[in-house]
Design a protein around this ligand. Structure first.
Ligand SMILES: C[S@@+](CC[C@H](N)C(=O)[O-])C[C@H]1O[C@@H](n2cnc3c(N)ncnc32)[C@H](O)[C@@H]1O
Length: 228
């Protein structure tokens, strides 16, 4: 079974049930609490108008951003139906929909900011290129992409310990490179911290396999190529 099917068929719901309290403590109703993605969005010169988070759980981060940018529109995609229903009951101003990264149910260039945090590592390798293509399709020219994921020294995988023996893996690699290697995505900034610790307080050395990175990229189909 493909990993997207594993998550669509129950593991997404199980992940949400296990992590629901943590997600709410992450600041759904407390926009003063530090959070790297929100911090990066705040650095943009112009507030984005159409914001998507793909693999958004219940949309807690979109809700935080909605508090700061009430005039923007917010769309969240998530494989877990439980997470979507939870988010719909809490955050009525967000549009939340069940679905997977490799088939984003939105027209081309729908968004000027796309956030993907902790999701690419669970995408089946056979659907990784399709997922990257879909993200590129829905992001407009000049738009921003914020990618958060594991950032080890080299690509590696770890067996997903909640489903032992089912050939499900967490694939760790620098996903920002998949975009920058195209030539028309530029890295604007990046931060690194431990997956295990509170990022705000984390100045400790980090084991490479637990290192997490959050990268802000900009898409520039034309300006990305200086004339020589
Ligand atoms: C580590 S969680 C992160 C959730 C949220 N982005 C956050 O930062 O709190 C990854 C989320 O991606 C979802 N997910 C897993 N595979 C997915 C896929 N192929 N497409 C969309 N969402 C997926 C999971 O159900 C889970 O909610």
């Amino acid at each position: 079974m493909l990993q997207s099917e594993v998550f669509l068929n129950g593991e997404g719901d199980s992940w949400f049930t296990r992590n629901q309290d943590y997600l709410l403590s992450q600041g759904a109703d407390d926009t003063t609490k530090f959070e790297w993605v929100s911090w990066m969005v705040e650095q943009l010169a112009t507030p984005p108008k159409n914001i998507a988070e793909l693999g958004c759980a219940n949309g807690w981060r979109l809700n935080r951003l909605h508090q700061k940018y009430p005039d923007s529109r917010f769309f969240g995609l998530e494989v877990s139906q439980s997470a979507i229903e939870d988010g719909q009951s809490r955050y009525s101003d967000l549009t939340l929909q069940q679905g997977a990264l490799h088939q984003i149910p939105c027209p081309d260039q729908s968004f000027d900011l796309v956030i993907i945090y902790g999701v690419f590592c669970w995408v089946d390798r056979t659907q990784l290129i399709a997922s990257i293509s879909e993200v590129d399709r829905v992001l407009c020219e000049g738009g921003y992409l914020i990618l958060g994921d594991f950032l080890p020294d080299y690509p590696q995988r770890r067996a997903y310990h909640h489903l032992p023996g089912e050939n499900v893996y967490t694939y760790k690699q620098d996903y920002a490179k998949c975009f920058t290697s195209l030539g028309f995505y530029q890295e604007v900034t990046r931060c690194q911290y431990s997956h295990q610790l509170n990022p705000e307080l984390n100045f400790q050395a980090v084991a490479a396999s637990d290192r997490f990175g959050c990268t802000l990229l900009q898409k520039n189909l034309v300006q990305g190529y200086p004339i020589v």
